[in-house]
Design a binder for this molecule. Structure first.
Ligand code: ASP
Ligand code: MG
Length: 425
């Protein structure tokens, strides 16, 4: 009898009807002979609503109190779900993150899991109950305060619990049938990917595909925990996220060259104009950005103009952190001696991802040709072993995704993607 960890996202438990539907699914899994541990997100848009509420009473709510508030969202779902399962004649016990043994560091709003000691969960399932755990939260080892793992963190709770419990699989349920070759909302011909490696999933998630929380995939890769991404609204087999050796296409026995196209509209671009071309300048700029705790993504430095010996440095970052970065950089203006700063948040990033590309020449050329035929202008480029990304104008993101999807024959002949719920999580 194996242990299955199931995680249900906010759109799957958006209302009483959703909770009852999920309760039935959980009971079916139990009846099929598994020990079931469930991780739930807050119902529907509860987390956003709680954040709005906090901002109404305080423009800058203390991080400790904000975490305390947000964890209430998941606590509502866990208790209500346990009640719905009881109503179906099965025993369910709900646990907060802290009760479930999710131990974190003390970084409110983005706490990292440092240990999982799920004694109470093991006891509950050992006694034949279904354990329901509040996602996205834990307790700090040092301060003993309640923490949250960052938006979308319930995925990470689920994988961490699955690893600690030595579960057979971590099933992550949302309102789409799995991971698609592109976001079905803008690419109607997107196809479901049956199997995908941790590495490709990480690249897709990092490049904006709203499929899984990045940290949950890193965690799963580190401990080789298979993730089955599927919909709580259908019985269909979803997408298996597994180690690279286990991904082969049935027909060719080789990994696909391109697995999917990801896009991200949440980025902004900063250009530092007129930077003196001498050692230490880039270091000073990026040190300032790092000290503001900002994660940057692509960086481009031009060759300096011969006449002036000045160069421009552009980089992308999450638009939400644009203001902080601009403030930090302005302070450097005299010390570094650059001319000015430019800020542009009407950009988007489009990436092609695929493990097969490292052994196939010409992938970038094919991608760029497709973009040019679609009239899309490329502003920045970056690559990894298994990814090529471009920054384009936000208005051209959709055209770029469609062009890349077609250029690599990713489309299916029939419409496969059904979006069942509201928010995609
Ligand atoms: N409810 C939290 C959020 O929306 C955590 C989660 O859904 O995973 O960010
Ligand atoms: Mg959510």
């Amino acid at each position: 009898m194996g242990i299955v960890v199931q995680k249900y996202g906010g759109s799957s438990v958006a209302d009483a009807a959703g909770i009852k539907r999920v309760a039935q699914r959980i009971v079916n899994t139990k009846k099929a002979g598994h020990q079931v541990v469930v991780v739930v997100s807050a119902m529907g848009d509860t987390t956003d609503d709680l954040i709005d509420l906090a901002n109404e009473v305080s423009p800058l709510p203390p991080a400790r109190e904000l975490d305390m508030l947000l964890t209430a969202g998941e606590r509502i779902s866990m208790a209500v779900l346990a009640m719905a399962i009881h109503d179906l004649g099965h025993e369910a016990r709900s646990f907060t993150g802290s009760q479930a043994g999710v131990i974190t560091d003390a970084e409110h709003g983005r706490a990292k899991i440092i240990d999982v000691t799920p004694g109470r969960i093991e006891a509950a399932i050992g006694e034949g109950a279904i354990a329901i755990v509040a996602g996205f939260q834990g307790v700090s080892q040092t301060t003993k305060d309640i923490t949250t793992l960052g938006r979308g963190g319930s995925d990470t709770t689920a994988v961490a619990l699955a690893v600690a419990l030595k579960a057979d699989v971590c099933e992550i349920y949302s309102d789409v049938d799995g991971i698609f070759t592109a976001d079905p909302r803008i690419e109607p011909r997107a196809r479901k990917v049956p199997r995908i490696s941790y590495e490709e999933t990480l690249e897709m998630a990092a490049q904006g595909a709203k499929i899984l929380h990045l940290r949950c995939v890193e965690y799963a890769r580190r401990y080789d925990m298979p993730i089955h991404v599927r919909s709580s609204f259908s019985e269909k087999e979803g997408t298996w996220v597994v180690k690279a050796e286990d991904v082969v296409q049935e027909d060719t026995m080789e990994a696909a060259i391109i697995t999917g196209v990801a896009h991200d509209r949440s980025q902004a671009k900063i250009t530092v104009v007129g930077v003196p071309d001498k050692p230490g300048e880039a270091a000073a700029i990026f040190r300032a950005v790092a000290e503001a705790q900002i994660n940057i993504d692509m960086i481009v430095q031009n060759v300096s103009a011969a006449a002036t010996s000045l160069t421009d440095i552009s980089f992308t970052l999450p638009a939400g952190e644009g203001q902080t970065a601009m403030t930090a950089l302005s302070r450097l203006k005299d010390a570094v001696g650059f001319d000015s700063l430019q800020y542009d948040d009407s950009v988007g990033k489009v990436s092609i991802v695929g493990a097969g590309m490292s052994s196939s020449p010409g992938i970038s050329a094919r991608f760029f040709e497709a973009l040019s035929e679609a009239g899309v202008n490329i502003e920045m480029i970056s690559t990894s072993e298994i990814r090529v990304s471009v920054v384009v104008a936000e208005t051209q993101v959709e055209a770029a995704v469609n062009a890349a999807h077609a250029a690599f024959d990713l489309g299916s002949d029939e419409i496969e993607a059904v979006v069942y719920g509201g928010t995609g999580r």
